[in-house]
Design a protein around this ligand. Structure first.
Ligand code: S3P
Length: 218
């Protein structure tokens, strides 16, 4: 049966738990929208990190959530590309995955140290590096869950910019998702909250914001 409602679970082993700056239009990693849907004064001095597999909707839901909260949204992958002045694909090709992971940790720390009232969408592997969890625990983390088949459908159409899967055919992509999710799920499950992503990214983002406001008021 189709999962129509977004499910937001507080996980048993949960961790602890800016105003728009429209002057900066030069950085592509900074996604800003101007509309204010819900004035939310309950949440402050917070960073919300969105984690989950490639294709789970971290970037697009992140932008919607930031819009609702009137916060900025930064996509860590775009931030890395802007800071390093080259694409993720080039970093993987020229220096290998280990070098990309080092840059990912460095910029994750930089962003968490320098910002607040921020929605930060992480790359799919960022939450699966043990050393990054010390950093992610400084934030309220949300795991965006999609089934493996859902992920396959999303990713199959958009593989090119993702070096880990760019050259995989259907069969191998399905296998890659299954095997990787087995390894990565335990990491993703460390998040403060888990959301079962529904087809509408707007509804998913609204659900998250309502829950966050609610849980801050309890
Ligand atoms: C990766 C996911 C990508 C990007 C890099 C590695 C991964 O981000 O960080 O290609 O290891 O799952 P998205 O999840 O935004 O595609």
């Amino acid at each position: 049966m189709l999962q129509l409602a977004t499910q937001l679970f507080k996980l048993p082993y949960s961790n602890s738990g800016q105003d728009l700056d429209n002057s900066d239009t030069t950085n592509s990693y900074l996604n800003q929208k101007s509309s204010i849907s819900i004035p939310i004064s309950y949440l402050h001095q917070m960073i919300i990190t969105l984690i989950g597999f490639m294709g789970s909707g971290k970037s697009s839901i992140g932008r919607e959530l930031a819009d609702i909260l009137s916060w900025n949204c930064i996509d860590l992958d775009y931030y890395i590309e802007d800071m390093e002045r080259r694409s993720i694909t080039t970093i993987f090709e020229k220096e290998g995955e280990a070098s990309f992971r080092a840059a990912e940790s460095k910029y994750l720390k930089e962003l968490l140290d320098r910002h607040h009232n921020l929605v930060l969408a992480l790359g799919g592997g960022a939450a699966c590096q043990e050393q990054n969890w010390k950093l992610i625990q400084q934030s309220t983390s949300i795991y965006l869950y999609r089934s493996n088949e859902d992920l396959f459908q999303k990713l199959n159409a958009r593989k090119a910019k993702r070096p880990l899967i760019a050259n995989l055919n259907d069969k191998h992509l399905r296998e890659y998702i299954k095997n990787s999710m087995e390894i990565r799920s335990p990491y993703y499950s460390r998040a403060t909250y888990r959301v079962h992503v529904q087809p509408s990214k707007v509804k998913t983002a609204k659900q998250i914001s309502q829950y966050l406001v609610g849980s801050n008021n309890r």
